[in-house]
Design a protein around this ligand. Structure first.
Ligand code: GDP
Length: 365
């Protein structure tokens, strides 16, 4: 499953947010493939389309698609030099697909700030510096090795060194690797370095509990936004403390509490959706009377790969898929309706699955 790692300096609200995530928790019986680990929280991805499909099909059961958040506590100044539990935490970050960087935008004298005052941009830079230093180390090792290979007469490493040097230069200017424009070929070259600063990032700006409805007026949030624009990163204002309270409520109570707060939806939902977008993920649906369900794939997945998300046997024995676009199905009102309108297609192995496809797979067992 795809994972986003939660990072940030101590005392910014990571555990509070992570607790809200596990509290809101997905029904684990539905997700036997997910990691069982106290530092991993499984969340369901909210999707209006799934609700509409449920109304249409009236299945026995509806299952949203899920997504994992990993709590990567313990990242402190000096981590890249082995401070705190340093390198161990950096290794955890290497394994995630995206980073949710929690920054403190709330003021509370009772909560100590590691640097003595609230300054989210400086906090971001502190963490980024550790990630940059760790990446520099990986880059330098690789550049040295590639140079040796060139000396040994292997010219194909010349391009590699050029790309790595370009990224190194950016890092020296305090810019993350993701700010460097790379071609697909160049991406392949650097892929196995698992650079930390190449991973997509979103900033979760943790505001005080009395500011949730007006978070954008918070000057700290504005500073984070300005910083993020330059980095091409997204910002989600959230109050970890309020999220922890919301996560304890359900149904009507939850709706009422959100209304009282002046919110359309929980910050957690916004965070999940933003992380999903950040990872470039698509959702496709299966819609039978037994179960209506959403599944996650990466953009660019072909039909057999999408089938494989359900079960490896579906991928191995894939014959073809019956596909109807969500909007067409909804407009037609039923599968049969869509069929009569000629909107139910048969697609083969090369079909690139689209976001919102409703699919039925045919396969050999
Ligand atoms: P972590 O070290 O980043 O995991 O931070 P914690 O989640 O443990 O939070 C540190 C302290 O800040 C705890 O006492 C939290 O209750 C408090 N805290 C977190 N979010 C907020 C907030 O929005 N407002 C206030 N006043 N306190 C918060």
């Amino acid at each position: 499953a795809l994972k986003a790692g939660i990072v940030g300096l101590p005392n910014v609200g990571k555990s509070t947010l992570f607790n809200a995530i596990t509290q809101a928790g997905a029904e684990s019986a539905n997700y036997p493939f997910c990691t069982i680990d106290p530092n991993v929280g499984v969340v369901e991805v909210p999707d209006e389309r799934l609700d509409k499909l449920t109304e249409l099909v009236q299945p026995n059961k509806t299952v949203p698609t899920a997504f994992e958040f990993v709590d990567i506590a313990g990242l402190v100044r000096g981590a890249s030099k082995g401070e705190g539990l340093g390198n161990k935490f950096l290794a955890h970050i290497r394994e995630v697909d995206a980073i949710v960087h929690v920054v403190r935008c709330f003021v509370d004298e009772n909560v100590t700030h590691v640097d003595g005052k609230v300054n989210p941009v400086s906090d971001i830079q502190t963490i980024n510096l550790e990630l940059i230093l760790a990446d520099l180390e990986s880059l330098e090792k690789r550049i040295e090795r590639s140079r040796k290979n060139i000396k040994g007469g292997d010219k194909k490493y010349a391009q590699e060194v050029e790309v790595l040097e370009r990224i190194k230069e950016a890092l020296y200017e305090d810019k993350p690797a993701r700010s460097v424009e790379l071609t697909d070929d160049e991406r392949l070259i650097v892929r196995d370095l698992h650079l930390l600063t190449l991973k997509p990032v979103l900033y979760a700006a943790n505001v005080g509990e009395d500011e949730v409805a007006t978070a954008d007026e918070n000057p700290y949030v504005q500073q984070v936004r300005e910083f993020a624009v330059a980095e091409n990163a997204e910002v989600v204002p959230i109050s970890a403390k309020v999220e922890a309270e919301i996560a304890e409520l359900e149904g009507e109570d939850k709706a009422m509490f959100l209304e009282e707060l002046g919110l359309q939806e929980s910050g957690l939902n916004r965070l999940i959706k933003a992380a999903y977008r950040l990872l470039g993920l698509y959702t496709y649906f299966t819609a039978g009377v037994q179960e209506v369900r959403a599944w996650t794939i990466r953009k660019g997945t072909k039909a057999p790969g999408a089938a494989g998300v359900i079960h490896t046997d579906f991928e191995r024995g894939f014959i073809r898929a019956e596909v109807v676009a969500y909007a067409d199905l909804l407009a037609a009102g039923s599968m049969n309706g869509a069929k009569e309108r000629g909107q139910l297609r048969l697609e083969g192995k090369e079909y690139l699955v689209q976001d919102g496809d409703v699919m039925h797979f045919r396969f050999n067992v």
